[in-house]
Design a protein around this ligand. Structure first.
Ligand code: UDP
Ligand code: MG
Length: 332
């Protein structure tokens, strides 16, 4: 969307930066400094209102992260800390932050704690918001800071997601601005299996894309283990699309037709008195069908598991404490 600076559709926002943190003691002080500095500059430039804040969400860290955050939040009103009762994962952590922040903010930007995502892109996010966008997606320019494995698996993943009918935006990873209106709409989605990147584009709303450069992690190491990444990938597919179930039906039909053809061929052979000792063929076919059956059961199981979790209506996160300067520690 073009930004026509003479005709803003929105008033200058109270902006909240929501920053999920899980065991980030090596980098958190540096992030507080960098993010805080950027917020102050934006405030001085008149791009955001006074009262804008950086809201850290402590996702059950086991190291000094929470202590460092609390120290800062008690000294400086710019910082606030929402601490979850345990480790709920990145998606739930940003949801908790966004849902808390929407009570105070006009717009919320989610960003990782490790400073990999370029904070200077914030100006462009705000410009798009001012021009009337309710959602602004940050999309990374390239992946040169990633290893071969992460780059390859990411490309494969986005292609697979599109093939399966999901509307994820390629190379967008939860660096995103949402207006209060969009957040109110998001709050209506009560599902336990959250995959924000797939969900938010399906909501509609005028949106825009902002490109930014990705840097290497400033300190610490990735908190996304391979198994967390696999879970996110599986959730992304099964919570957004039932196409895999349809594919099983098609596959099943194909195998049935194939068996019928084989049956006819075998009967003809038998009638002609050709009792071929086809051990290999028999084994191959039964293994193939066994494999397909197990795979299909597994996929169906994934969906049943999802249904099971959804029917429990469990809370998606539990907030332990919220700390900021004026009202000291308040429990909820
Ligand atoms: N994170 C979190 N909970 C988790 C794992 C990660 O809140 O269970 C946070 C982490 O602190 C960081 C962000 O999510 O701010 C992205 O994680 P990371 O940088 O480790 O992922 P990567 O950039 O390697 O994909
Ligand atoms: Mg990172």
């Amino acid at each position: 969307m073009e930004n026509n600076s003479t005709e803003f559709k929105q008033k200058i926002p109270i902006l909240y930066l929501v920053v999920p943190c899980y065991n980030e003691e090596e980098v958190i002080e540096r992030s507080m400094q960098v993010l805080g500095d950027k917020m102050r500059r934006l405030q001085r430039a008149g791009k955001i209102e006074a009262g804008s804040k950086v809201m850290f969400v402590n996702d059950g860290s086991k190291d000094r992260t929470l202590r460092l955050l609390h120290t800062a939040a008690k000294e400086d009103a710019l910082f606030s800390v929402v601490s979850l009762a345990g480790n709920y994962g990145h998606q739930s952590a940003i949801l908790a932050g966004m849902m808390t922040a929407k009570e105070y903010a006009d717009a919320v930007v989610t960003i990782d704690a490790d400073l990999q995502q370029d904070i200077e892109a914030l100006d462009k996010f705000i410009d798009s918001y001012m021009a009337g966008c309710e959602v602004v997606y940050g999309v990374r320019n390239d992946r040169h800071s990633d290893g071969v494995f992460k780059k390859g698996s990411a490309t494969l993943y986005y292609n697979l997601m599109h093939l399966l009918g999901s509307r994820v935006i390629t190379n967008h990873a939860d660096y995103r601005l949402m207006s209060r209106k969009a957040l109110e709409a998001l709050a209506e989605y009560q599902e336990t299996n959250l995959f924000l990147r797939g969900l938010i584009p399906t909501m509609g709303f005028p949106s825009d894309v902002v490109y930014f450069d990705v840097k290497a992690r400033e300190a610490g190491h990735s908190k996304y283990t391979l198994s967390k990444m696999m879970t996110l990938a599986m959730d992304g597919i099964t919570s957004m699309s039932t196409r895999p179930l349809r594919m099983i039906s098609v596959l099943g039909m194909g195998v049935c037709i194939f068996s019928c053809v084989m049956l006819v061929i075998n009967l003809v052979d038998w009638a002609n008195g050709n009792n071929v000792p086809g051990y290999t063929t028999t084994m191959t076919v039964s293994l193939l069908i066994g494999g397909i059956t197990l795979l299909s059961l597994g996929i169906i199981g994934e969906y049943i598991g999802k249904i099971y979790m959804e029917t429990k209506h469990r809370p998606r996160y539990i907030i332990d404490t919220i700390v900021w300067k004026k009202e000291e520690e308040e429990s909820s």
